[in-house]
Design a protein around this ligand. Structure first.
Ligand code: UDP
Length: 358
């Protein structure tokens, strides 16, 4: 197939502004290239394609980044800059894609405009939905596409898809990771880890409180999206509990993350998937997570981590004491079996083939 993959308008690939979508795009593009498909990526100016995606063509657009929809409140109206990245991306798709011979456009951005365009667009647009329900307007437009032709939609996990009004059982594709980019670390240090955008929906405060209870430091990797929130979390625990490590490229992130005894994953929202959960496992790091959203499906209790009731900090702290019962190599093994790039590419290919049938 000849596919146009549209990235997020939140910022350039490689900046971290796109959250998990950036890694999803890398896995998906590399996996599809390996299976012999032709790929063009449309992304913000300044984007850098990862080394194993350079066989893809890169189209870029300048423009202001879109505001992340999950920080606008449930009843937020649909907003976009007149000449921002979102508007430019989709003008370019409509103007250039039909003549360029693409079989389909694969949208990875969680924005109203591409969903709204789908039923009337001059070529097939398919969407890998990257979040659960965050606004009423997005819920409505996703339900509208589903009612028109649900084959155009795929989701990462069942918990995520359950947020939406879907007439048929959802297509679930999970996500795909390059195992060779993550080194297995057999010997951890007395250190807990937390990875994610530092923003309220990610629940860093609970992981910090659990770390303080067990008296272990918590290393924090990720983009400081909400500074006031980050400061409030820092102030909520004894000094020295949190080690702020910043946003690192995957190669460095995994080298540091692998040394952790466990990853704490404490989302406050219905996390669609949880890339960081699988990245930790790929390094051999067990995951202690709330039984909520994607992480609740990825963590297999007793095998690659433990699940505790959502928002129960005491139970999370208690689970730290159970980490030594887990085999670190089983964590990595689980990723190889269930979340490799090859697995993702096969699922995406099957989805696209089904959706493009008349
Ligand atoms: N990430 C990274 N470097 C860091 C911290 C995070 O590259 O220092 C990436 C991480 O690999 C993951 C993404 O940020 O792919 C976060 O994705 P996730 O699905 O966990 O959450 P999202 O931000 O999409 O809500």
């Amino acid at each position: 197939m000849n596919l146009l993959v549209v990235s997020t308008p939140l910022g350039p690939l490689g900046s971290g502004r796109g959250g998990g979508v950036e890694l999803t795009l890398a896995g998906l593009v590399a996996g599809l290239l390996q299976r012999g498909h032709r790929i063009t990526v449309l992304a913000a100016e300044g984007s850098v394609l990862p080394a194993d995606c350079t066989a893809a063509q890169l189209w870029t657009c300048p423009g202001e980044p879109q505001l992340s929809v999950q920080h606008q409140g449930r009843e937020a109206l649909i907003t976009m800059q007149a000449d921002g990245l979102l508007a430019r991306f989709w003008r370019r798709v409509l103007a250039e894609a039909p003549a360029a011979g693409f079989d389909a456009v694969l949208n990875l951005s969680y924005d109203w405009l591409p969903f709204w365009l789908t039923p009337t667009a001059p070529l097939p647009i398919l969407h890998l939905v990257s979040m659960g329900s965050v606004t009423a307007a997005m819920d409505a437009v996703i339900a509208e596409v589903a009612a028109w032709d649900q084959r155009r939609l795929a989701f990462h996990t069942a918990s995520q898809a359950a947020d939406f009004a879907l007439p048929q059982p959802p297509v679930l594709v999970g996500n795909g990771f390059d195992l060779s980019a993550y080194q297995f670390c057999a010997q951890p240090e007395p250190l807990l880890g937390w990875v994610g955008r530092v923003a309220p929906e990610k629940g860093l405060e609970d992981a910090a409180a659990a770390a303080a209870r067990v008296g272990l430091p918590l290393a924090v990797w990720g983009l400081l999206e909400d500074q006031a929130y980050g400061e409030a979390v820092e102030a909520s625990v004894p000094p020295g509990t949190l080690q702020w490590r910043g946003f690192l490229p995957t190669a460095q992130l995994q080298a540091e993350l692998g040394r952790c005894l466990a990853l704490l994953n404490t989302p406050k929202w219905n996390e669609a998937y949880g890339n960081v959960v699988v990245e930790a496992m790929a390094c051999g790091v067990p995951v202690l997570a709330y039984s909520r959203g994607g992480p609740g499906e990825l963590v297999q209790p007793g095998l690659n981590g433990w699940l505790v009731e959502a928002d129960d900090v005491a139970a999370l702290a208690q689970a730290v004491g159970q980490v030594e019962r887990l085999d670190r190599s089983a964590c990595r093994q689980w990723v190889a079996q269930h979340a490799s790039r090859a697995v993702l590419a096969q699922r995406i290919e099957a989805w696209l083939k089904g959706a493009l049938q008349p």
